[in-house]
Unconditional design. Structure first.
Length: 244
């Protein structure tokens, strides 16, 4: 049974979500404050933390910043803010996804299940890497992409630029890997959402756009227009293979 730690200061909403998750087969612990969540974390051992962005005292971003180095599960933000910068900040702090309020429980549940599938895939991949570590005859060329000064390795989600490790979240790496795998071909938001998040694009979700903003910043692609990850009007985003 998957475990959820829900951090939400609205007691009524928290109770509703706890009951809903439990009916759908999850084990749930709830915290009303960031301080309570941090104290519960070691014993709760959640697979996913659902974290409200706006909390009294320690806010969601501060909590994420504090726990991300030691918590290896998934973090999903709940936000009532329509400010893109809040959403970008959440992703840069290490969040894997976010859902905007007012909540639609079925949508939230679908996002949670998608994140847990990704977590299981990552754990399975890490286990396979360990088992195959001493089999030097196995080539990892299919799991590695190199474009000039940029090097990507899918199995360990490694991103290096000019020999420096670039700290990417799991979601950012998956998006960059997908774009690089289709280098010089524009990919639509619909394709990017479907292939990285396992859901259909609803025309409103800004997760991909926010991750593109974060990737450009971390990869030093801050010129206007961008050189490495290009916006192709009416078509989506394109990874420029010869720009690195």
């Amino acid at each position: 049974m998957h475990r959820i730690l829900l951090v939400e200061d609205d007691e009524k909403l928290s109770d509703i979500l706890c009951r809903y998750f439990e009916r759908n087969g999850f084990q749930v612990q709830a915290a009303l404050t960031g301080e309570e969540a941090i104290s519960l974390l070691p014993d709760a051992e959640p697979d996913i933390i659902i974290l409200d962005l706006m909390l009294p005292g320690m806010d969601g971003l501060s909590i994420c910043r504090q726990i991300r180095p030691v918590f290896h599960g998934k973090i999903l933000f709940l936000t009532a803010s329509d400010d893109d910068m809040d959403q970008v900040a959440a992703l840069e702090m290490g969040a894997d996804d976010y859902v905007c309020k007012p909540l639609q429980p079925r949508v939230l549940l679908a996002r949670i299940r998608m994140l847990l599938r990704r977590l299981e895939d990552e754990q399975s991949s890490a286990s396979s890497i360990g088992e195959a570590a001493d089999q030097s005859q196995i080539s990892d060329s299919s799991n590695q992409l190199t474009f000039g000064a940029l090097k990507l390795k899918e199995t360990i989600k490694l991103c290096q630029l000019d020999g420096r490790d670039i700290d990417l979240t799991s979601g950012e790496f998956d998006l960059l890997w997908l774009l690089a795998s289709y280098a010089d071909q524009p990919l639509s938001r619909d394709e990017l959402v479907r292939k990285t998040r396992g859901i259909e694009y609803d025309g409103l979700d800004r997760t991909i756009d926010n991750r593109i903003v974060s990737l450009r910043k971390k990869l030093g692609d801050t010129s206007s227009p961008s050189h490495h990850i290009i916006t192709v009007r009416g078509k989506g985003y394109l990874f420029a293979s010869d720009s690195w």
